[in-house]
Unconditional design. Structure first.
Length: 256
């Protein structure tokens, strides 16, 4: 704390105390060290009283408040849906790197854990699955986002009075939040070799059911939960239909 008035290094406003009363910059000059840089990064991004920290916590406790606050035009309190998605995708990719896990290898394990044994598939199916996994590995940071328009369409079907853009924003927030479950799954996979994708799918479904109920349903909890479940099922079904159409088209064109 500075007792004597001194100019702020950011806005030149003269003041005393811990922080500048005009812009909030610290008045006490601190030497730049590795500890300072690390502390500043953690505080700015993962501190409880930051946009990111509040977004993470409130999307779990009060998802409706996050959505309504953003849609009201308040861009200060929470990270926007696109920014949140980018941060979560980056964290997932960084964890893959930190744990030295091959995305290709993990996706193959993920396929087998869901009961799709490649040894029981035809040669064409195996080749197509390998190509799909390779494409997903190269575009992994965008994979989660592919679900958003389909989830939003499901939301629009069951909550018609709400605009499609509203549902896109809601789906983007929720889909990005489920990346936390994938982060935990990766840690379990690294420690035990067990791919918990099936469990993660169940947890993701429960989160989406509750989140949609809290955002859109007023008082009718059971009905809201069921609508949340149907939104997830419809969204996932539509995405899989598109994926199957693309897959069949590929097999017809290249493996006649």
């Amino acid at each position: 704390m500075t007792d004597q008035p001194q100019p702020c290094i950011n806005c030149d406003h003269t003041g005393s105390g811990h922080f500048c009363s005009n812009c909030g910059q610290k008045l006490e000059i601190q030497a730049i060290t590795w500890s300072y840089v690390a502390s500043d990064f953690l505080d700015k991004w993962f501190g409880i009283d930051t946009k990111y920290g509040r977004t993470v916590i409130d999307l779990f406790k009060h998802p409706g408040e996050v959505i309504r606050t953003y849609l009201s035009g308040n861009k200060v309190r929470y990270v926007g849906p696109l920014g949140y998605y980018i941060v979560m995708s980056a964290l997932l990719i960084l964890l893959f790197e930190a744990l030295n896990i091959s995305i290709d290898q993990f996706l193959m394990s993920n396929t087998e854990s869901l009961g799709m044994n490649m040894s029981e598939q035809t040669t064409q199916q195996q080749e197509f699955q390998v190509l799909v996994n390779q494409w997903m590995a190269k575009n992994f940071r965008f994979i989660g986002g592919l679900m958003v328009p389909f989830l939003a369409l499901g939301g629009k079907i069951f909550y018609r009075k709400t605009t499609y853009l509203h549902h896109v924003i809601t789906a983007a927030y929720f889909q990005s939040y489920t990346t936390w479950f994938s982060l935990i799954m990766l840690l379990i996979y690294k420690i035990s070799g067990y791919n918990a994708s099936g469990i993660v799918m169940i947890v993701t479904t429960i989160y989406l059911m509750v989140a949609y109920m809290l955002v859109f349903s007023s008082g009718k909890k059971f009905k809201g939960l069921m609508k949340g479940l149907l939104i997830w099922i419809v969204g996932y079904f539509l995405m899989m239909v598109i994926a199957m159409v693309v897959g069949v088209t590929y097999l017809i064109l290249f493996h006649v």
